[in-house]
Design a protein around this ligand. Structure first.
Ligand SMILES: C[S@@+](CC[C@H](N)C(=O)[O-])C[C@H]1O[C@@H](n2cnc3c(N)ncnc32)[C@H](O)[C@@H]1O
Length: 214
């Protein structure tokens, strides 16, 4: 059996994950602007772009924009005429992200909406149904976000959530903290939910992903 490790991850990244200057800026300049260094990893971004492209996503929602790094990957996977609505509670993060979306050439395809996603999602629902929903915000919200996504992502669409591994802490049944417990519960819901066919993409910190039953 092959154990996936840092060297193999680098091998994959070197072959398939081409970050241009705009993507690098979204990752690195966000930190220079004082945003936390908690973007997804390049390999995870490429995975999002791949699944978005492979399933012909036109209407996508992201919960948790930060500096726009994952949003650029998603936007670059969209089908022609597609659109990403990305939700962010921090005005400052949203402003930084808007700059990065413009620099990456996806400003016309991405709309950042500021506010607590728990409040903005019910309004966004009117613009659905969506083809793809990616959650990467407050972990305590994952259960509510998954409930929203199951109602507002079309049959055949995809629902994904980042940090499925929580650095490996999901293996500890006693849980390191409430956020890890929330992620473990979300993973278990993805696994059990009869309307989803799910798995975890195991690179980076793990992305749990399910396709909605048709
Ligand atoms: C892990 S970061 C997102 C990283 C981003 N997806 C990326 O990879 O580039 C989480 C973001 O979610 C935002 N956030 C946290 N709770 C939120 C909420 N309830 N509503 C909207 N945004 C929220 C935070 O301000 C932060 O910018």
């Amino acid at each position: 059996m092959t154990t996936y490790n840092d060297q193999l991850s680098r091998y994959v990244a070197d072959l398939f994950v081409k970050e241009d200057a705009a993507l690098r800026a979204a990752r690195e300049d966000s930190v220079k602007h004082g945003l936390p260094a908690i973007s997804i990893q390049p390999e995870e971004g490429r995975f999002l772009q791949f699944v978005v492209r492979a399933s012909g996503v036109k209407k996508a929602v992201e919960i948790g924009t930060l500096g726009g790094y994952s949003g650029i990957w998603i936007a670059r996977g969209l089908a022609p005429g597609g659109k990403l609505i990305t939700l962010e509670q921090s005005e400052k993060h949203a402003a930084v992200a808007r700059e990065h979306f413009l620099r990456a050439g996806v400003g016309d395809r991405v709309e950042v909406r500021v506010g607590d996603a728990h409040q903005t999602l019910p309004k966004v629902a009117a613009e659905g149904p969506f083809d793809f929903c990616f959650m990467d915000a407050d972990k305590s919200g994952y259960d509510a976000y998954l409930t929203w996504a199951l109602t507002n992502v079309r049959p055949g669409g995809l629902i994904a959530a980042h940090n499925a591994f929580r650095g490996g802490d999901v293996l500890n049944k006693r849980g390191r903290d409430a956020d890890t417990d929330a992620v473990r519960a979300a993973n278990e819901r993805f696994a059990r939910e009869p309307r989803l066919l799910s798995t975890i993409f195991p690179a980076g910190d793990g992305t749990v992903i399910g396709v909605v039953a048709g």
